[in-house]
Design a binder for this molecule. Structure first.
Ligand SMILES: Nc1nc2c(ncn2[C@@H]2O[C@H](COP(=O)(O)OP(=O)(O)O)[C@@H](O)[C@H]2O)c(=O)[nH]1
Ligand SMILES: [Mg+2]
Length: 429
């Protein structure tokens, strides 16, 4: 191969790397439910370091709290070089502490902070070319393989987080359950999700709108919920093939065998078939809701319901949220308009007052001039008062419409003080 074509190839490869579709997955659940193992199985390499020192008695008592650490890796999905730039966010330590309230809060804060970053970037005049959108597109919630339904903690966490992220429930370490137990557990969990109205991501479809294949595929995936997860970092030889599996004295559990786990189904949903949908819902619905909430909050000055951890069922309806936000903004605008109108009227009144004052001074001056020209200054005779009385001026002292007779002494006009005042006014002009 010539050096030219090699560099062209390298360039193309670089472009493909660049074009890797960005996707962000968060894993959440109690310690020991198999999150780390699942992520490493999904990525086919050791992305997350194994388990914290739970076995070490010297540190096991420490309340670690929750540590959220995103990690990004490039995944080549197929031979054609389809790439995903996958960010994995682990939430270690969840459920380890007596007080899980802080954990909920921390995950929620993490999700909202990424939305805030977008909000800030959107409102910049000049965009930051290196800005990276790190919003979480899906959260896999690992339910413990107890064989029962959901625990209170599971319900609480999914309820709190589902307004901010697509939540998909899965059963971790599903090989701990017999097929019957697994089926029963799946049924109980879905009943709980329905009963507590947890808005998980349920592979939405519309029989009227969507094509047959989509409807079938989504219905099938929905039927598998919550997905039974088996992860393994071991390779085992089965009938001459090397596969990821868990080996027990009584047999082998194959990760990618659909009869053993739903791993393949969730993998292909996340990284192929539903990647775009999860991203779209994150942006068009979850982020948009957050944005509306945040903006209407800044208008009304009140904390939003979900921020204070209250029922968010209302905030889930984007239309009512949007109209509420519009209404609040309209009210504020109206108030500001009224204030402006009041100021305008006040200013107009002041201008009119000054204008009248000026006109009065002008006519006083004219009168003074004409009197001086006639040499009858200070005698008060021959003053017609015209233009003074008409404007209702007090300086002339005449009531409106009254023209004094030739000998009348104009009240308040003959005095020295007044004359000075008039002249002074004239000079000031
Ligand atoms: N039986 C079974 N054990 C698993 C599975 N995945 C992980 N484990 C084991 O469960 C323990 C905890 O797994 P880990 O991935 O660290 O769980 P994490 O605390 O949720 O990250 C480890 O000993 C794993 O080997 C699984 O699918 N089935
Ligand atoms: Mg772990």
């Amino acid at each position: 191969m010539s050096s030219m074509s090699t560099s062209a190839l390298r360039l193309r490869k670089k472009k493909n790397v660049k074009k890797g579709i960005q996707f962000c997955l968060m894993v959440c659940g109690a310690s020991g439910t198999g999150r780390t193992t699942f992520v490493n199985t999904l990525c086919n390499r050791s992305v997350l370091s194994p388990h914290p020192n739970l076995d070490d008695p010297s540190v096991a008592h420490l309340e670690e709290g929750i540590k959220i650490k995103p990690q990004t890796i490039e995944l080549e999905l197929d031979e054609e070089g389809t790439r995903v730039s996958l960010t994995v966010v682990d939430t270690p330590g969840f459920g380890d502490n007596v007080d899980n309230e802080a954990c909920f809060g921390e995950i929620l804060t993490y999700l909202e902070r990424l939305y805030d970053d977008i909000l800030a970037e959107e409102s910049r005049i000049k965009r930051n070319p290196r800005f990276r959108d790190n919003r979480v597109h899906v959260l896999l919630y690992f339910v413990q393989p107890t064989g029962h339904g959901l625990r209170e903690l599971d319900i609480e966490l999914m309820r709190r987080l589902s307004p901010r992220v697509n939540v998909i429930p899965v059963i971790g370490k599903a090989d701990s359950l017999t097929p019957l137990e697994l089926a029963e557990s799946k049924k109980l969990i879905m009943e709980d999700i329905e009963h507590y109205r947890i808005p998980v991501y349920n592979f939405p479809y519309d029989i009227e709108e969507d094509d047959e294949d989509t409807v079938e595929e989504n219905a099938e995936l929905r039927g598998l919920m919550p997905f039974a997860i088996v992860g393994s970092e071991e390779w085992v030889e089965v009938e001459g093939r090397r596969v990821r599996a868990r080996q027990y004295p009584w047999g082998i559990v194959e990760v990618e065998n659909p009869r053993h786990s739903d791993f393949l189904a969730i993998r292909s949903a996340l990284l192929h078939s539903h990647l775009a949908d999860l991203k779209e819902i994150t942006h068009d619905f979850l982020y948009e809701n957050y944005r509306t909430e945040k903006l209407s909050k800044s208008v009304s000055g009140e904390p939003s319901a979900s921020m204070s951890g209250m029922d968010t069922s209302e905030s889930l309806d984007p239309q009512s949220l949007a109209s509420q936000s519009v209404r609040l903004k309209e009210e504020q605008l109206k108030r500001e308009e009224e204030k402006l109108r009041e100021i305008e009227i006040k200013v107009q009144r002041e201008i009119e007052g000054k204008r009248q004052e000026l006109l009065a001074r002008e006519s006083q001056l004219k009168e003074l001039e004409s009197r001086m020209g006639r040499g009858d200054y200070g005698q008060g005779s021959g003053v017609s008062g015209q233009g003074v009385g008409d404007r209702g001026m007090s300086a002339g002292g005449y009531a409106e419409g009254i023209t004094p007779g030739p000998n009348a002494v104009p009240g308040g006009f003959g005095g020295e003080e007044d004359d000075d005042d008039v002249l002074g006014g004239g000079e000031r002009r």
